[in-house]
Design a protein around this ligand. Sequence first.
Ligand code: ADP
Length: 426
Amino acid sequence: MFNRSRRNLARWFTLSMGGILAVFAGTLYYQEAIEQLEVIDLLLYKKARVIAGNVQYKMHQGQMRVFLKNVPLLGSNPPPPDSEVIYARWYDAKGKLKQFFGVPPQEHLSKTFEFQTIKTTNYLSFSSSPVIWLRQITLPVQYKGHLIGYLQMAMPMTRAQESLSKFLLLLVLTVLIALGVTSLAGWFLGGLAMQPIRYSYEQLQRFTANASHELRAPLAAILSNAQVGLLTNIDNSSSKHLRLEKIAEVSKSMNTLIGNLLFLARQVGRLAPESLHETDLNDLLRELISSQSTRIAAQHLDLKSDLPKQPIVLKADSELLYLAVMNLLSNACKYTPAGGLVNLRLFKYHRVVIQIEDNGIGIPAADLPHIFERFYRVDKQRTRAAGGFGLGLAIAQQIIEAHGGHLSVKSELGQGSLFQIELPLN
Ligand code: ADP
């Protein structure tokens, strides 16, 4: 129980810290991507300014004309070997393509100063991927305030992408390591948080165990006195006899309650391996059925059992397991009206399963999540009359969990209930 809560605390702590880390890492990555883009844009802008600065606009045959002869990339000089520019294009003031270096354009020029990210098929030798991303600038070029044309050029984003991928890998690794550390811290903090709860729980358990133990002796005295009184008072109809009978009956019932409370207070956690012995479940269930046969016949119930031919043997505390199944079987009989059917099944897949099914009164859906709680009874009047304290299921669950198993229930009001015990094979 405490370990489950501790695990849950650690899990939620790790998840929430993981969420915060992921948002933080995402923001860092976004910032880095923007910075990389700004670096490319600045470089591209500087290169475009240098090229545009070499464009000549002068009088020729009585008309002002643009000369690109001495312009890097667009002119007659070969491009420098270290130029990263993929293409450069010159458009006239009307947006008509006049000269280009690299690949010709596929779309019309948009006549505004802008940076664009373009995805294109790879025609570069230095990258093996089938597509590459380019950053393109479109720069309107003016001479003395007069628009003389547009320069468009692009550079690959490969280097920025590579550095971003490295950054992403670093971020992922950092987040994973931080998550690992966080989950360890969560586990440790969960342990610290559970300490006072565990302490008060243990105190409560100790108090219940001690109080129950102390109540046993006076109760035994009351019961034995009542029984002696009954033996000496032979007149069965006298009011004194009836009172003594009532005292004996209530004392017995209190004795059962104290026994149950003692069990719940003492049996905490998993059973020690030395208390587990090879137990043949077929035998155990057959014995249980025969012990209940008189009661079942008296209640006019039909008890069917479906046990496998081969024995199913596992390590268990047979007395405790017997008590758990007994509680479930006796509930099925208690809450099934005369003429009803109770089914007991045993089978094995990767776990051993014992099912106790009845077609009795069933349990309302609102009560189902609580029925394993101590002293919880669905219909208090009715269960009290049936002799129940609301501890039978809590005891059964504690026993099954002490064996590393799981007890679950499915029920429908008016239709019946199915209690299922799952036990690990080893
Ligand atoms: P009790 O000793 O009062 O039967 P349990 O812990 O065994 O206490 O059961 C808790 C409550 O669950 C009962 O009061 C009863 O209302 C309900 N319950 C348990 N088993 C069944 C069943 N097979 N069919 C209907 N109700 C059930």
